[in-house]
Design a binder for this molecule. Structure first.
Ligand code: FAD
Length: 523
């Protein structure tokens, strides 16, 4: 029976008019099919097997004698959905090839996943004569595919459930994979992509570590602390960030021998805002003490400087009068002598007074986050702001470049401006009480705007207020508190940092002070 049916196939195969491979004897074709490493079967139009090769026997367990004459359905495990067979037969009976996966059962009852392709064999008129089936055992490949899929799902669910921000970034800092915490961060910050911003901040303080040792442990960077300032009075957020390099093999065919692949950075950011908030609280409390001390010393310095300044005027006048008298009387006038004596005593007192002026404390310069300083100032003045019923609009740029400078001096500068603003709005009966603090990075510098809704400074006084010992607050019984050195000192501090401070000449309302500090200042 096997011989007869094989002959039928040979009969059909000999029908085409032109020999497709002249010079190759039909025996070679037969041997090729017989020895091919894929299970090959040839059936009639009902699916009854006419021929099987040795790979078919090896995969299915059916010898040629056992298989020939039986329907291919002997391989069916009866678990492949009927629709699959329907589609299979619909295609092949219309002369079209079909490929798909079926669950097959071997002669010994074991199952395997078959990847099957059936090609109809047609006569010259297009009528289906036979079917050529080729299949291979795909069980192992399928197992590996499932394993990869399962692992991916597992990793994704672990990453998603992790209580830390995880994002995989490509070389342009674009997020290619993220987790729930990252999505939460996006919502909290109200921005589509916080990762590039985090990376900018990390890189700003990173240069050394990237190049040196740490990459050896697999990390591009480890535990970098980054601060993000949020608008609308929300407390700043702190993240401890680590990044490790990930390389994905190139799956393209032309990379098979040459290798290569894409590089990614796995960014992991842990929210440490709670911990930092506690530390900040302690730091601000300590700062409060230090600043109060410094305030007292600075008030003493200002008072003594003011006293020296004020005494210098009359002494200079006395000096002129003494010189005049001496010229007139030729040096023997007792009045002139008494005046000269008084003058000498006065100068001596002045020298002693100057010596009493406490020296300025020297502080080391360092990298400064201006948002942090302004936040300090807000923390330090919270009680006064609340007591005065002032609404604060805090509009920091979420991420500012660091600038080189003296933190205490700059803090004092901003505090002086905020103190001025509070005082301006805290007048009796003043209704509008709003303080705006805004920061913005410009090309090579940082702009800080402090704006109040107080009565403002008249245009003609806007330059004078920067002169030492000039004050607009002398009247009203409170003048003694103001020596008029606040803005002069603030201007000096800005200048020490290579920056400027100016009053907007025409604000919509109140007083708007603009401080511009270069990122690479002189400090
Ligand atoms: P069946 O009752 O045989 O058929 C199920 C459905 O298939 C029917 O409802 C009908 O829609 C369709 N059908 C069956 N026979 C025909 C036909 N002659 N013309 C049109 N529609 C038809 N099956 C496997 O499970 N594993 C294999 O490895 C496999 N290899 C094959 C290789 C070749 C070359 C061919 C032609 C078929 C192969 N088949 C294979 C399909 C096989 O012939 C059966 O159709 C299938 O196994 C379903 O068998 P069954 O007894 O469960 O259902």
């Amino acid at each position: 029976m096997a011989k007869k049916q094989s002959a039928t196939v040979r009969e059909h195969a000999s029908q085409p008019s032109a020999d497709p491979a002249p010079g190759i004897p039909p025996r070679v074709f037969q041997q090729t099919v017989e020895q091919a490493d894929v299970a090959i079967s040839i059936t009639d139009v009902q699916g009854a097997i006419l021929y099987v090769n040795s790979a078919f026997t090896r995969i299915t367990g059916y010898s040629a004698t056992e298989a020939i004459g039986r329907n291919e359905s002997i391989l069916s495990n009866k678990t492949t959905p009927p629709e699959v067979y329907k589609s299979l037969w619909q295609n092949i009976s219309h002369g079209e090839a079909w490929s798909g996966r079926l669950v097959n059962r071997r002669k010994d009852g074991s199952r395997y996943l078959a990847e099957l392709t059936i090609s109809p064999v047609l006569d010259a008129g297009g009528t289906v004569l036979n079917y050529l089936g080729m299949h291979r055992d795909l069980t192992e490949v399928h197992r590996l595919e499932c394993q990869v899929k399962n692992q991916k799902a597992l990793i994704e669910s672990v990453v998603d459930a992790a209580p830390i921000v995880v994002a995989l970034l490509d070389v342009d800092d674009r997020v290619v994979l993220d987790n729930q915490e990252y999505k939460k961060l996006q919502a909290d910050l109200g921005m589509a992509d916080p990762a590039p911003m985090l990376m900018t901040a990390i890189r700003a303080g990173l240069e050394i570590e990237t190049a040196a040792g740490r990459s050896a442990s697999g990390y591009a960077f480890l535990d970098r602390e980054v601060r993000l300032d949020l608008p609308g009075g929300k407390p700043p957020r702190w993240f401890s960030c680590s990044g490790s390099r990930v390389c994905e093999d190139d799956s393209a065919a032309d990379a098979f021998f040459v290798g290569g692949g894409r590089h990614y950075l796995l960014l992991v950011a842990k929210d440490i805002s709670g911990l930092r908030a506690q530390q900040e609280k302690a730091r601000v409390a300590a700062l409060q003490v230090v600043m109060a001390d410094e305030g007292r010393v600075s008030a003493l310095r200002e008072s003594l400087s003011a006293a020296v300044f004020r005494l210098e005027g009359p002494l200079n006048m006395m000096d002129s009068v003494a010189s005049m008298l001496a010229r007139r009387a030729g040096g023997n006038d007792p009045m002139a002598l008494a005046l000269a004596e008084a003058m000498a005593a006065g100068q001596q007192a002045l020298t002693e007074l100057r010596a009493m002026i406490p020296a300025e404390t020297r502080e080391p310069s360092g990298a400064i986050n201006v948002n942090e300083l302004l936040r300090d100032v807000l923390d330090l003045t919270t009680n006064r702001l609340l007591a005065a019923g002032i609404r604060v609009r805090w509009k920091p740029q979420a991420m500012l470049p660091l600038l080189q400078g003296y933190p205490n001096k700059l803090r004092t500068l901003f505090k002086a401006l905020v103190d001025n603003a509070i005082e301006a709005m805290n007048g009796r009966g003043w209704i509008e009480r709003e303080l705006l603090l805004m920061t913005r990075a410009q090309l090579g510098s940082i702009e800080i705007v402090i704006e109040d809704s107080g009565p403002g400074i008249p245009l003609e006084q806007q330059i004078k207020v920067f002169e030492p010992f000039y004050t607009t607050k002398r009247e009203g019984g409170r003048g003694r508190e103001h020596l008029g050195t606040g803005l002069a000192t603030a201007q000096q501090v800005a200048a020490d940092h290579g920056g400027t401070i100016e009053i907007d000449p025409s604000p919509a309302k109140g007083c708007r002070v603009r401080v511009v500090l270069p990122v690479k200042g002189r400090a």
